[in-house]
Structures are given as structure tokens and as C-alpha cells.
Design a protein around this ligand. Structure first.
Ligand SMILES: [Zn+2]
Length: 276
């Protein structure tokens, strides 16, 4: 499943190929995703409109049009976007092609079809933080996401820190893998109750979340040329994780063995020696 870094890499990868371009035609496979693909509205609202911005909010890609309307795409479990030459053969599971005025195409591929494509009107875009993103917290790279912010929210909660940082309303887009890796980097046990964390630990956690996500984005950036090839069989990028999936293996910092524990039903990996 694509996590925040994968979505950010796709966003940065397709952005330079889309900004300033105009959509000239849209085609689709006829299959529905998690919701039906809004073909009629897209035909009406997007054709002949210029793309002005390509951004990410949580795990959504947002493609803004000159009119203020916005395509908002969630990749679900297996979704992917890439830029192709129209002469490149369509891959199995390519569901939407947006033709651009320079003769290229943006294609959406999704094997399991759990993704979604929505088209928001200008008015819906303006209010999206109160509607679609009502339960989505600040971005991990935003100023709002700080040690002070986390400590304030943690005060009244009796929750394991790993579940806390994986709560979308608290911070956007931190999934299981990056929660495990960030807590290892910050030296904090995933099961620690949030009220017991000190200001220093929250500060360290904020720094490490940004560093771990930032590194993943940087690693993913080097695979971007693969995304832009026709090779849609290629999966999401793999990072060398320090604890995730390494139960029983030796810690990279000490000689202890990485342990696994279920917290809130999710696999949690940690070093019993390095994480307090
Ligand atoms: Zn260790």
C-alpha cells in the first residue's frame, strides 16, 4: 500500500509534466474504482482547462485546474500514476488516461481498484478542509506539527504512542511502517503511553518522523525514472528498514534482537534495548 512518501514521490514525479498542460481528452476502462469514476463531470469541467498545481494532502494527490476545480486522487492499495506516450501500449489495469496538449498522457493504473478519483468544484475545494479533510490532522512537514502540539493533544489521552502518531486526525499520513521506523529512530517504545513522554522525547519524535519520511522520499526519488517508464508492473519502492519486518534479527545499533508486539492489532517492531 502506498504510504505518504510514495504518494509524495509520485506527486513530485508527475508535477513537472503536468503544470501548464491542458487536458484534451479523457478515456477510461469502464470499470469503477472504490467509487464510480466521474467521467461526465471530468469531460465537462476538465477538457481544455489548464493544470495549475499538483500537490499532496495526506495520501491524496491534488491536481488543480485553472478554473479552481480539482481532481483528487487516492491510490488505494495498488494505484499508480505515470506519464506515457500515447503510443505506449496500455497496461492491464490502466483505468483512466488523460490526454495532454503536448501529446503525452497521464495514466491511472490500479490492479485492485480500491483507489478513488473525485472531481471537486471550486466551492468544494475551498471547503475541503472542513469536508474531505475534516478528520485529517496537519502535515508532518508543516509548522503546526510540533512537540508542543503533540504534547498538548496527548495530555488527556491514555494511548500507546504508536497508535497516537498513526491517528490521522493527529497527524496526516503516518502509516504502520513509518510509525515503527520513527519510534526506533527516536528511541521510544511503541507501547509507551502518550502521557509519559517528555517534551524532549516529543521533540525528538517530530524530528525523526520528518527525517524518516524525508529519507524515504529521497530514496523514492531515485526510482522516479522507473515510474515514468511504461513499466507499470514495478511495485512501490523498498527501503531498508531498521526495525519494520525484522523480528528476531539483530538491532542495527546494539546486539539485542528486534521484538514484535501487536498494538491495536498492528504489528509493532522495536529494539527492547534502544527504545525506552
Ligand atoms: Zn538496539
Amino acid at each position: 500500500m502506498p504510504e505518504l512518501p510514495e504518494v509524495e514521490v509520485i506527486c513530485r514525479g508527475i508535477r513537472p509534466f503536468l503544470i501548464g498542460r491542458t487536458v484534451t481528452a479523457i478515456q477510461f476502462s469502464g470499470k469503477r474504482l472504490r467509487q464510480p469514476i466521474p467521467m461526465e463531470t471530468m469531460q465537462r469541467e476538465i477538457i481544455n482547462q489548464k493544470i495549475t498545481a499538483v500537490e499532496r494532502r495526506a495520501k491524496y494527490l491534488q491536481i488543480s485546474l485553472h478554473t479552481g476545480a480539482m481532481l483528487i486522487i487516492h491510490l488505494g492499495m495498488t494505484g499508480n500514476l505515470g506519464i506515457f506516450s500515447p503510443s505506449a501500449t496500455l497496461a492491464k489495469h490502466d483505468h483512466v488516461q488523460w490526454s495532454l496538449d503536448n501529446g503525452t498522457e497521464l495514466r491511472y493504473n490500479d490492479i485492485r481498484r480500491f483507489g478513488s478519483i473525485q472531481l471537486l468544484s471550486f466551492h468544494e475545494v475551498v471547503t475541503s478542509e472542513e469536508t474531505i479533510f475534516k478528520t485529517t490532522g496537519p502535515e508532518p512537514f508543516s509548522d503546526e506539527f510540533s512537540a508542543e502540539y503533540l504534547q498538548r493533544l496527548a495530555k488527556s489521552k491514555n494511548l500507546a504512542v504508536k497508535l497516537f502518531i498513526m491517528t490521522n486526525k493527529i497527524v496526516a499520513g503516518i502509516g504502520n511502517i513509518y510509525a515503527n521506523e520513527s519510534l526506533f529512530a527516536a528511541g521510544i517504545q511503541p507501547a509507551r503511553k502518550v502521557q509519559t513522554l517528555t517534551r524532549k522525547e516529543w521533540t525528538s519524535l517530530v524530528i525523526e518522523i520528518r527525517r524518516v519520511l524525508g529519507n524515504a522520499i529521497k530514496c523514492g526519488g531515485s526510482t522516479i525514472s522507473d515510474f515514468l517508464n511504461a513499466n507499470q508492473e514495478k511495485g512501490y519502492f523498498q527501503i531498508n528498514f531498521k526495525v519494520y519486518g525484522r523480528e528476531g534479527e539483530t538491532c542495527t545499533l546494539c546486539s539485542a534482537k528486534i521484538e514484535k508486539q501487536k498494538i491495536g492489532g498492528r504489528a509493532s517492531f522495536y529494539c527492547p534495548n534502544c527504545q525506552k
